[in-house]
Design a binder for this molecule. Structure first.
Ligand code: TTP
Ligand code: MG
Length: 404
C-alpha cells in the first residue's frame, strides 16, 4: 500500500500557526508588488474563490478583509524537513515530491504500526503534535490513486481506498483529475465521449494508441496498473528561478540582466547541492499571460552560473518576441550528482571556460553564504537595479515545478 501526504494550505498554515492574529482569517502568502501572484491561500480565503497563482489584485477584489503575508521560504523549508523526517520514522521508503508532499511505501509496516489507517492517523497526529499543522493523507494500492485520495477530503483528511474499492474509484474518476491530461487531450476525449477514466476501457488499446499515440499509460491507469515505485534518494528533477517584472518589458538589456541574475541563483542552488545539470531551460510569460518554455540538452554537464546564463541567453535569442515580457525564468534539469564520473571532452580541456568559471563561482558562493543578500553581484546587474528595471518578486521553485 502507498500513502500520499500533502500538507493543508502549507505556507499559509505555517503563517497562521506562528501568528495567532492570522488564525481563522482569510490569509494569502504573496509578494507585495502590484503584480505578485498568490502562492497559497488559507482555507478561509479559499471560500472567496481565492486560489494559488491568482494575481493578488484579483484576490483583494474578491475579499475586502484579505490579509497578505510575505513568504518565508527558509521557515517553510525547515518545517518541510521536519515533516519528511517524521515520515522517515515510519518507513524507509519515502519519496518527497514537493516542499509539502511525499509518497510513503507502507507495505510491510503493518506489524509495527497496525492497519494502513492507523498508520495514517499516527502520522497525522505526530505532525500535529510536532509542528501544529494539519495534513491530508490518502492511502491506496497504487501511487496515482493515493495522490487522488489525499485530495478527496482536504483539509485534515484521511482517505483509504482499499484494493477492493480501487477499480470502482478509478472507473468513476473524472478524466480531468488524471495528471497529464491537458486541454488538448480533453478535447479528443470528449469527441470519444470519454468523461471518466472507466470510459477508456471501452476502447481497445491498439485503437487508442493508433489514434492518439501516448495513451497506453492512461489505459494502464484505468485498469488499475501504476507500476511506478516509491523512489527514495530522490534527486530533485529540476531547479528553477523566475522573476515577475514590475512592468512589462521588451528591451534586450533588461531581460539579459534578469536571465543573468536568475542563472546565478539557479547555479548557486545547483552547486550547493553538489549537482551538475545536462539541460538548461528558460520560461517567458508575456503580457497576455501566454508563456513559452525552451530547453537545450548539453553535451557536457555544467554547474557554473556563466554556462547556465550563456545557454539561457542562446535560448532566449531564438524566441521571436511579439509581445512584451511579464515574467522571465531560468531553470536546469537532468540533474546529476557532481561526484559521479562524467565523460570529459578530450581536447582543449584546460581552456574550458566551465573550469575557469568554477573558481569565480566558488568565491562568489562563499561570499554570498557568509554575508548573504546583495553583497556581491555582476556589474551588469548593478546598473540594472540602479535603473529600477525589475522588482524582486523572485521565487525559486521547489521541484514541484511548473517548469519542465
Ligand atoms: P500545494 O500543496 O499545491 O498547496 P497548499 O499546501 O497551499 O494547499 P492544499 O491544502 O490545497 O494542499 O502547494 C504547497 C505550497 O507550495 C503552497 O503552500 C505554496 C507553494 N506554492 C506556490 O508557491 N505556488 C503555487 O502555484 C502552488 C500551487 C504552491
Ligand atoms: Mg499542500
Amino acid at each position: 500500500m502507498i500513502l500520499h501526504i500533502d500538507m493543508d494550505a502549507f505556507f499559509a498554515a505555517v503563517e497562521q500557526r506562528d501568528n495567532p492574529a492570522l488564525r481563522h482569517k482569510p490569509v494569502i502568502v504573496a509578494g507585495n508588488s502590484k503584480r505578485s501572484v498568490v502562492s497559497t491561500a488559507s482555507y478561509e480565503a479559499r471560500k472567496f474563490g481565492i486560489r494559488s497563482a491568482m494575481p493578488v489584485y484579483e484576490a483583494k477584489l474578491r475579499c475586502a478583509g484579505l490579509i497578505i503575508v510575505p513568504g518565508n521560504m527558509g521557515k517553510y523549508r525547515a518545517d518541510s524537513k521536519k515533516i519528511m523526517s517524521i515520515l522517515a520514522g515510519f518507513s524507509p521508503l519515502v519519496e518527497q515530491v514537493s516542499i509539502d508532499e511525499a509518497f510513503v511505501d507502507i507495505t510491510g509496516c503493518g506489524r509495527l504500526f497496525g492497519s494502513p489507517e492507523d498508520m495514517g492517523r499516527a502520522i497525522k497526529n505526530k505532525i500535529q503534535a510536532g509542528l501544529s499543522l494539519t495534513s491530508s493523507i490518502g492511502i491506496a494500492p497504487i501511487k496515482f490513486l493515493a495522490k487522488i485520495a489525499s485530495d478527496m477530503n482536504k483539509p485534515d483528511g484521511l482517505t483509504l481506498i482499499t484494493p477492493a474499492e480501487a477499480p470502482r474509484v478509478l472507473a468513476a474518476l473524472p478524466i480531468q483529475k488524471v495528471p497529464g491530461v491537458g486541454q488538448a487531450a480533453m478535447k479528443q476525449m470528449n469527441i470519444l465521449n470519454i468523461r471518466c477514466l472507466g470510459d477508456i476501457q471501452k476502447f481497445s488499446l491498439p485503437l487508442l494508441t493508433r489514434k492518439f499515440g501516448k495513451w497506453p499509460h492512461l489505459f494502464e491507469l484505468s485498469g488499475g496498473i501504476d507500476p511506478t515505485p516509491v523512489e527514495t534518494g530522490h534527486i530533485r528533477k529540476s531547479i528553477s528561478s523566475e522573476t515577475t517584472l514590475s512592468r512589462d518589458v521588451s528591451d534586450f538589456e533588461t531581460l539579459k540582466g534578469i536571465l543573468l541574475d536568475r542563472a546565478q541563483t539557479v547555479g548557486r542552488d545547483l552547486r550547493a547541492k553538489q549537482l551538475v545539470c545536462e539541460t538548461v531551460f528558460i520560461k517567458l510569460k508575456f503580457s497576455d499571460f501566454t508563456q513559452v518554455t525552451r530547453s537545450k540538452t548539453l553535451d557536457t554537464p555544467v554547474s557554473s552560473s556563466a554556462a547556465i546564463f550563456n545557454e539561457a541567453l542562446g535560448l532566449y535569442r531564438k524566441i521571436e518576441l511579439q509581445r512584451k515580457i511579464r515574467l522571465a525564468g531560468v531553470g536546469v534539469s537532468s540533474l546529476k550528482d557532481k561526484t559521479r564520473p562524467v565523460q570529459m571532452q578530450l581536447l582543449g580541456e584546460e581552456k574550458k571556460p566551465e573550469m575557469r568559471w568554477a573558481c569565480v563561482d566558488k568565491a562568489v558562493d562563499s561570499i554570498m553564504e557568509k554575508f548573504g543578500g546583495n553583497m556581491i553581484q555582476k556589474a551588469a546587474l548593478k546598473e540594472l537595479s540602479d535603473e529600477g528595471g525589475y522588482d524582486d518578486t523572485k521565487h525559486s521553485n521547489q521541484g514541484m515545478d511548473t517548469l519542465p
